[in-house]
Design a protein around this ligand. Sequence first.
Ligand SMILES: C[S@@+](CC[C@H](N)C(=O)[O-])C[C@H]1O[C@@H](n2cnc3c(N)ncnc32)[C@H](O)[C@@H]1O
Length: 390
Amino acid sequence: MENTQFYVAKTFAGIEPLLADELAALGARNCKILSRSVSFEGDMDLMYKANYFCRFALRILWLQKKFTFTNNRQFYEQIFDFPAEKFMGPDNTLAVHATIADTIFKTPLYASVLAKDAVCDRFRDLNGRRPSVDKENPDVQLHLHVYKNEAQLFLDSSGESLHKRGYKVMNHPAPINEVVAATMIKLSGWKADCDFIDPMCGGGTILIEAAMQALNIPAGFYRRNYGFGYWKNFDAERWREIRKSAAIKDDVSVDFYGSDINPRFLDMAETNIRKARLEDFIRLEKRDMRQAKPARIPSLVMMNPPYGERLAVDDLNEFYSEIGDSLKNNFSGCRAFIISSDMDALKHIGLKANSKTKLFNGPLECRFMGYDLFKGDHKNYATHKKNREE
Ligand SMILES: C[S@@+](CC[C@H](N)C(=O)[O-])C[C@H]1O[C@@H](n2cnc3c(N)ncnc32)[C@H](O)[C@@H]1O
């Protein structure tokens, strides 16, 4: 096919298959699951679409060249030959990010500095001026993957990580990553077919991601800046058309409920929800989870209780056991999902899980547990399940 480009989409460990499906649905060809990433092929439109629509991607890298090298000089010359001036000018700021494995470079930093020098020297030769480096907020980011004597040079089409959706005005001290929240909702199997409750909603991430999925709001809908927006070849017209192609619903038949014990966090959730223009869909109230009840049965309950890592809770095991009691007593007939990095505390939920998935919230390894809630002991479970299915 004409104009085939090669891309790599980055994500967290465990999310790769969902991301591959999502990319394939956008028209990606030859999707291959790698470690914390998916490689795929397609045209330039697909790069814009992946950035705008993918809920499970952290960034989309566009392959520029592959080469082999045996020493620093060859590596430098290969990067020097890359026509960076097709994408940026000397007034743009630049950053180079490198990952290395089993290669001549002792540190990724060394590889990235060498590559940055090669690009800047090329500009100096062409324009008499070198672009400045900005590690925090660069206009243009290059990524290098170096394995043994092979290197791949990518342009980062996303810029800031795609989990930064653009609706977080206020930052909770222990937020769930937006990509992880979107994954949890997808894995739960919820299809906007019952109310959605987060009784420990903090800054509102899970509720906002759920409402976005229900209303078919693209992951990038609220976000203004993408790496490709700085490139000389940015096709603003095509980007506008792709944004316009989203089929956003204006209503859903279910409600979204969020509560938290801390009014300060509820204020954050309210601000974020307003920024996402979802205040007509998501209702908030101050409530202790142990007193929460669903407005309708069945509902889906999803929460990210304190792990003790970033928020202190006096006795985490006791607290998790009370969460389990509340689910059992107050949410009978619903499905519940809990993510936590505290494996020991999770055992104290005291309910039999019928799904368990390993996920990472940033660096924290977590378990995402699913429970079918019913009154009584496990003997009643078969009857409960049969009744639900009828
Ligand atoms: C890990 S944070 C949730 C973060 C949220 N998912 C986000 O992305 O912003 C846990 C939340 O549980 C709340 N919490 C702690 N104990 C609670 C209780 N007994 N009832 C309701 N909320 C509680 C905390 O105030 C905190 O906001």
